[in-house]
Design a protein around this ligand. Structure first.
Ligand code: FUL
Length: 471
């Protein structure tokens, strides 16, 4: 076991993965000809003349996303229908053939500019599956076409924080399937935007395995390298237009990706953190008949706690309507969510608490956990794989959230912990958990107490805590 632990903590995030994780919460924007046909997957035969979002205002999107506390946006620059939201030099199946801004429009430019103005990161979704391109299914000629499009997107619109590759691989217009040259696509991205993560069918960020917002109770970031299996992802996500698949719950067999038991026999391990992607509405694209089906504040909060607060990131889709605007129900919900989160995490009660830890420091004292950064952190001496951290107040406090973060620069180490709250000498367990990782949020229904105790009872080599918050 000890030898295994030593091997596990060697696996740490790359700089780009480390930065990505800290974005926590960001948006997906699904927008294309489907918005105008009412479909989820286009055929590739749509007339560009139907694309005319006359009131498109990317700043309205960016402002609404910021109001929710999001830090980035990923735009479907080309979905499976092959229609390009920018005037690509390599196809006429794009905004250039549409009436939008008299054929002079460029949605990718408008959106990336709005992101920069509002301080959001900008990312691209480019579907490898293209139901319009006559080159699709021909091998290298299509890969050339795809790399040319990638190059346009990665050189024309400033910094890109991610390229999001969905694995869907169906037939093209000539009935043929394409074998994607992933390594070549990755090379283009690494060369042109070395700081960008490549998600899902890529080496940096892992798809959590469903599109419903479901999460694993223990979501590990150190997993077997064979998780990076694009074929598996491809066959899974190909079914994603099927409602049953979207609602699919993670089954028992998918549950454990990274416990010691799951990793013991694995030679090749990687840092591959989970991203939870789901839509604020039933569909990825806008359908007016779903205006009444915007997910509730309660549901979104629950997904937020389980994703951002469950060692993952949260990619929430908000589809613009045919005018090119977010519908008012979505705007309202985003604002409510942001207001709730800002208020919930406004005052860290730990600022007023006395803080102690046993065992004491290893040059990395407990007082470091008061600041939410990675400069300082708490760590036990190597080999001390457990610890107790206690916060105490002079007066009882009303506690609604406990937040814990590991110093993931030193890998993910905590295997088991409990959180307890004490009132008048009586201890009450409020959480028994496994993974902390990047961040663990424990939502409470308002528990009164004058002490909070975190007991880490099992960890790989020696646990670290980089931040502790009580709200
Ligand atoms: C899936 C696609 O097929 C859906 O249309 C959507 O883009 C989703 C995010 O990925 O695999």
């Amino acid at each position: 076991m000890k030898e295994l632990d030593k091997r596990l903590i060697q696996v740490v995030p790359s700089e780009r993965q480390f930065r990505y994780q800290q974005l926590e919460f960001y948006a997906f924007i699904h927008f294309t000809v489907n918005t105008f046909t009412g479909r989820e997957w286009g055929e590739g035969t749509e007339d560009p003349a139907i694309f005319n979002p006359e009131k498109l205002d990317a700043r309205q999107w960016a402002k609404a996303l910021k109001s929710a506390g999001m830090r980035g946006l990923i735009l479907t620059c080309k979905h499976h229908d092959g229609f390009c939201l920018w005037p690509s030099r390599y196809t006429s199946h794009s905004v250039a053939s549409s009436p939008y801004r008299g054929g002079k429009g460029d949605v990718v430019k408008e959106v990336s500019d709005a992101c920069r103005e509002e301080g959001l990161k900008f990312g691209v979704y480019l579907s490898p599956w293209d139901r319009n391109s006559p080159l699709y299914g021909q091998g290298k000629p299509y890969d050339d076409y795809f790399c040319n499009q990638l190059t346009e997107l990665l050189t024309g619109y400033g910094d890109v924080f991610t390229v999001w590759f969905d694995g869907a691989c169906g037939e093209g217009p000539n009935g043929k399937k394409q074998v994607y040259d992933w390594e070549r696509y990755y090379q283009v991205i690494r060369t042109l935007q070395p700081d960008a993560c490549i998600n899902v069918c890529g080496p940096d960020i892992r798809w959590c395995g469903n599109e419903a917002g479901d999460t694993r109770p223990s979501e590990w970031s150190v997993v077997p390298a064979r998780m990076r299996n694009t074929e598996k992802v491809a066959s899974l996500s190909q079914q994603s237009d099927d409602a049953a698949f979207r609602q699919r719950k993670i089954t028992a067999s998918d549950r454990d990706l990274g416990s010691r038991e799951a990793l013991a026999g694995e030679q090749n391990l990687i840092w591959y953190p989970a991203e939870v992607n789901t839509s604020i509405r039933p569909g990825w694209f806008y359908h007016s008949e779903e205006d009444g089906k915007v997910r509730s504040l309660e549901t979104l909060l629950d997904i937020y706690y389980r994703s951002v607060g469950g060692n993952g990131t949260f990619l929430l889709n908000i589809p613009p309507n045919r005018d090119g605007l977010f519908q008012e129900n979505d705007v309202k919900r985003l604002q409510e969510l942001g207001d709730y989160l800002r208020e919930a995490f406004r005052v860290n009660l730990l600022d007023e608490a006395e803080l102690s830890a046993d065992p004491g420091e290893d040059g990395c004292g407990i007082q470091n956990v008061r600041k939410d950064d990675y400069e300082g952190y708490y760590k036990t001496p190597d080999g001390a794989d457990h610890c107790v951290i206690e916060a105490a107040w002079k007066e009882p406090q009303e506690i609604r959230h406990i937040v814990l973060k590991e110093n993931i620069r030193l890998s993910q180490r905590v295997e088991k912990f409990t959180a307890e709250v004490c009132l008048d000498g009586k201890w009450q367990t409020v959480c028994e958990g496994t993974v902390i990782g990047y961040k663990k949020i424990i939502p409470l229904k308002g528990v009164r107490g004058d002490k909070v105790r975190i007991t880490i009872s099992d960890a790989r080599v020696a646990p670290t805590i980089s931040f502790f918050g009580v709200y």
